[in-house]
Design a protein around this ligand. Structure first.
Ligand code: HEM
Length: 417
């Protein structure tokens, strides 16, 4: 991420903050290069930015001046993510930790296990029934109500971007009038990538904001996620304010931005393959496999980061303690030894597990929620927007980006109801 300056990121537009801060558009398509790397060797030593036309600034932010390895095939990626004693998540302290605080994403066991057990209850498949009924469906329906009747809609900006934020805000039980400010501050956290001061200021603002809400919940519990965190107890221990705040500050970037990108990418896959869209429209029982294929084909995040804790070896390549390890889950999702023509979006291919949500102890805590949100949003678009199709006058729609991928816009035409 080089060409972004803090000044170029508009004050009021979280959409632009997200996309510009992560350099969407800088790398149109890293997949041919992932293929090249995978064909050469499952593990690569040294900085790889140049291959993608990037300088080393992102690697330096993530890994400092450490030696760096990158793994690209399915088996090696899974091996690294499975072994969190050799490959530690603590590397995330250096960037994420600055703005979020000490959150689950940077913890190792045994701390990670304890903390995850405390917060997992709200994210189990069982908990989804309630979130679907009380939160996700009403929010998506309300937003689609606003769009119905229009001939032209940008589904990315007008639906897929805002709805997951509203879902998180309602799950947390935040006052509705705070949504806009909360959203902007939470989006600014990610500015740590380009403007440390603004990222830190947003972090402090959210700290003070959440402290007030947590104190309210400690005084009087409600039926929301923050009350659940306040109440959660394991072996007599409760979460401290700082622990709760770190988790809440992680949730928006972890849960909203990813879901927006994943839903947009999947919709692009469907719109670019009208016969597959028609098949889904005719048979909604295809939805689960459609979602998995979308996540496999164009995961919103292409990588995760780890720190090598002890000397190791992957496929005969020695890995040195103290190095950074870049785990290209996106490249693993296109491993041709696992999927035929992996570059093709094909909802009818034999379903096989992919790595869009990571793997192992840190596998995405919100994956059931993400699948639910994607399914409700795509289902509602098909139900309420007759003959939805790509707008031929809006030009080419392309999913772009290296670490974070999204189309930026999903312009569609809709028939009158
Ligand atoms: C399609 C959407 C999503 C994708 C592709 C995604 C992807 C990921 C990935 C790859 C990780 C693992 C990171 C690592 O190993 O270092 C992760 C972790 C996490 N995700 Fe998601 N995520 C999505 C949606 C969500 C949602 C909706 C939430 C919650 C509202 C969420 C909350 C989390 C949390 C809390 C973690 C940290 C888990 C841990 O460290 O134990 N994610 N996600």
């Amino acid at each position: 991420v080089t060409s972004v300056s803090a000044e170029s990121v508009p004050e009021q537009d979280p959409f632009a903050v997200f996309d510009e801060a992560v350099g969407i558009g800088q790398v149109p398509d890293p997949y041919p290069i992932f293929d090249e790397m995978r064909a050469e060797c499952p593990v690569h030593k040294g900085r790889q930015g140049q291959r993608f036309g990037l300088d080393n600034s992102m690697d330096e932010l993530l890994y400092g001046d450490r030696e760096l390895y990158t793994v690209v095939d399915y088996e090696s990626v899974q091996k690294v993510l499975r072994d969190n004693e050799t490959y530690s998540s603590s590397i995330m302290e250096e960037l994420n930790g600055k703005v979020m605080g000490h959150s689950i994403i940077e913890m190792d066991d045994p701390e990670h296990r304890r903390y995850r057990a405390l917060i997992a209850r709200a994210f189990t498949p069982h908990a989804m029934g309630r979130w679907e009924h009380d939160v996700v469906r009403p929010i998506v329906a309300r937003m689609v109500d606003q769009l119905v009747g229009r001939e032209r809609v940008d589904l990315a900006r007008e639906l897929f971007f805002p709805f997951p934020v509203h879902v998180i805000v309602e799950m947390m039980g935040l006052p509705a009038e705070d949504v806009a400010t909360f959203h902007r501050k939470a989006a600014e956290l990610i500015l740590i990538l380009v403007d440390i001061e603004r990222g830190l200021a947003a972090s402090q603002w959210l700290h003070d904001y959440f402290t007030g809400i947590i104190e309210d919940r400690r005084a009087k519990l409600r039926d929301d996620l923050i009350s659940m965190l306040v109440e959660a107890e394991l072996e007599g221990q409760k979460l401290t304010n700082e622990e709760i705040i770190a988790f809440l500050r992680l949730l928006l970037p972890a849960g909203a931005e990813t879901t927006y990108r994943a839903t947009s990418n999947l919709m692009v896959g469907l719109l670019q393959h009208p016969e597959q869209l028609a098949a889904l429209r005719a048979d909604r029982s295809l939805m689960p496999r459609v979602i998995e294929e979308g996540l496999r084909w164009e995961p919103p995040l292409t990588g995760a980061s780890r720190l090598v804790m002890r000397d190791a070896e992957i496929d005969g390549v020695p890995i040195c303690a103290g190095a950074g390890m870049h785990v290209l889950t996106g490249a693993a999702n296109h491993d041709p030894t696992r999927w035929e023509h992996p570059e093709r979006f094909d909802i009818f291919r034999e379903p096989r597990s992919h790595l869009a949500f990571g793997f192992g102890q840190h596998v995405c805590l919100g994956m059931h929620l993400a699948r639910l949100e994607m399914s409700v949003a795509i289902g509602e678009v098909l139900d309420r927007m007759p003959n939805v199709r790509l707008d031929p006058d809006a030009g080419d729609v392309q999913i772009t980006g290296y670490g974070f991928r999204a189309p930026g816009r999903v312009p569609v035409l809709v028939d009158p109801a």
